[in-house]
Ligand binder design. Structure first.
Ligand code: NAD
Length: 492
């Protein structure tokens, strides 16, 4: 008998798909492994083309009624979803932590409240932003009415490093705009998407409006991206996967939005507040460095580099590594054995290429398992692998520079362009350098803060498109201009 539910940290989680308002099993399953101790949490339904077809059909069938609801009614339902998330923050935090190894304290304090905001805020924005004021053709008297029509069925594919946050950041605006959704959660951390389906149902989201197909990328993701009846494809994940799915989306001429990897710089100028710079540097070990926005390349003015390095190493050495369910833990494990081997390989090759570890440099021998020690590398060559490729783990490099021009040149010398952070006490320099940096987001004397109404996305290999506020609705709607002539009316 196949197991349909699992108890995870005392929370009951359904392991089946959620299609057309019902739980649906598959003949096959895959093991969901916790990175904390590599134990199996359950056998999750492994969907394929048949489940994807059913989910897209359910979403298509539900679309006209959902799109036809007055925006305020739709948004009220989404606010109830936000209420449901807020009521279950503890359950969601416990399950996400067990499933992907991220810190329970981050979930309770920041991540899960933000997940609720992904519904509440986009419901508010939809009411405000989807009603564009009419325009007029200059000198002609024609009225132009701009409307944001929902696009249809939105396919959403997400990664494991912040599964519920990254999924809902797409689901919230897609639903608020009047679309229906099919989500394929990451096979490494699929559980909170299933809890979200429960919350959606309790909040009164009609059957078929929100669907979840579990499964691997190759078996469930690929048929979803190639499905001829999807209207948008929102993907968050790695560059190689984006390359593969682009071909499928191109075949069907489906507009896509990609949020991909990064190799972001942290630039510390000679006039920087050093305490702040060190604090931001040590934040880069959050989520064991498995963060797309991580400022992995630290570029520090030569006058400060020794003191900065010493202080970063000393502070990072005090980080507590261990079980993320413990609220005192600062750094947890890597997501999978494969990820662990990839990160180990990057660091071994970096050291063989001449980089020197001043902290860490390998697995945490005391903890074993998938725990890789926070690692600070110096002397890495600018064109070496560790300086140019994304290392999705707790690994940073520190490199000195002499001039502002050199700092900008090194910072921009990457095929990625997701984010950049600079620390400086000089306002003119802050304006100048933030303009010169090639990145979708630039943080000045801060890190990892952003209003949901602001645009987010990456340049180059870090992505295609922008989401957030009106930019989300630009993507999730078909924008129409109806031009009304002043003449030709019966009453004329
Ligand atoms: P991944 O590309 O391996 O997987 C992402 C998703 O794609 C998963 O759900 C997976 O099942 C699916 N997938 C894999 N192959 C597929 C295929 N052939 N067809 C359709 N779907 C397929 O990425 P990952 O390892 O889960 O995530 C880490 C990556 O995500 C990193 O590069 C990170 O930088 C990036 N990321 C980017 C952002 C951002 O906002 N820019 C946020 C988080 C993570």
């Amino acid at each position: 008998m196949q197991q349909h539910t699992a108890e995870v940290e005392g929370v009951r989680v359904d392991l089946r798909h959620w299609i057309g308002g019902e739980r649906v099993a598959s003949e096959r399953t895959f093991a969901d492994i916790s990175p904390i101790d590599e134990t199996e949490l359950g056998q999750v339904a492994a969907g394929g083309a048949a489940e994807v077809d059913a989910a897209v059909a359910a979403a298509r069938a539900a679309f006209p009624a959902w799109a036809g609801l007055p925006v305020s009614e739709r948004c009220d339902i989404l606010r109830r979803v936000a209420d449901g998330i807020e009521a279950r923050i503890e359950d969601l935090s416990l399950v996400e932590t067990r499933d992907n190894g991220s810190l329970i304290r981050s979930h309770r304090r920041g991540v899960m409240p933000r997940v609720a905001m992904n519904f509440r805020a986009f419901a508010d924005f939809a009411e405000k932003q989807l009603g564009h004021p009419d325009m007029e053709v200059p000198g002609r008297g024609h009225r132009e009415r701009i409307t944001y029509d929902p696009a249809g069925v939105v396919a959403i594919i997400t990664p494991w490093n912040a599964p519920l946050m990254l999924a809902t950041w797409r689901i919230g605006p897609a639903l608020a705009a009047g679309n229906t959704v099919v989500v394929k959660p990451p096979e490494w951390a699929p559980l909170t998407a299933s809890l979200l389906a429960d919350i959606m149902a309790e909040a009164g989201v009609p059957a078929g409006v929100f669907n979840v197909v579990q499964g691997t990328g190759a078996e469930a993701g690929a048929p979803l991206t190639a499905h001829p009846d999807i209207n948008r494809l929102a993907f968050t994940g790695s560059v190689p996967t984006a390359g593969v799915i682009s071909k499928a989306a191109a075949e069907n001429i489906v507009p896509l939005s990609y949020e991909l990897g990064g190799k972001s710089p942290l630039v510390v100028f000679e006039d920087a507040d050093l305490d702040l710079a060190v604090e931001i540097a040590v934040e880069q070990f959050d989520n064991a460095g498995q963060v797309c926005l991580k400022a992995a390349r630290m570029l520090v003015h030569s006058s400060l580099v020794d003191e900065f390095t010493e202080r970063v190493v000393a502070k990072a050495a005090t980080l507590r590594q261990g079980d993320p369910r413990d609220a005192e833990t600062d750094v947890s494990a890597l997501i999978s054995r494969r990820a662990f081997e990839q990160v180990s390989g990057f660091v071994e090759r970096a050291i063989a290429d001449g980089a020197r570890p001043l902290l860490g440099g390998g697995p945490n021998a005391d903890l074993g398992g998938l725990y890789f020690s926070p690692t600070v590398l110096v002397d890495a060559a600018l064109d070496s692998e560790v300086m140019t490729e994304e290392v999705f783990g707790p690994v940073v490099t520190i490199t000195p520079f002499e001039t502002e021009e050199e700092a900008v040149r090194i910072a921009n010398d990457t095929r990625f362009g997701l984010a950049a952070t600079l620390v400086t006490g000089d306002r003119d320099r802050a304006e100048r350098v933030s303009s010169a940096l090639n990145a979708g987001t630039v943080w000045v004397n801060c890190f990892f803060v952003r209003d949901l109404e602001a645009p987010f996305g990456g340049n180059g290999r870090s992505g295609i498109g922008r989401e957030g506020g009106i930019w989300s609705f630009d993507f999730y709607t078909d924008i129409k201009n109806s031009v009304f002539s002043p003449t030709g009316w019966k009453e004329d």
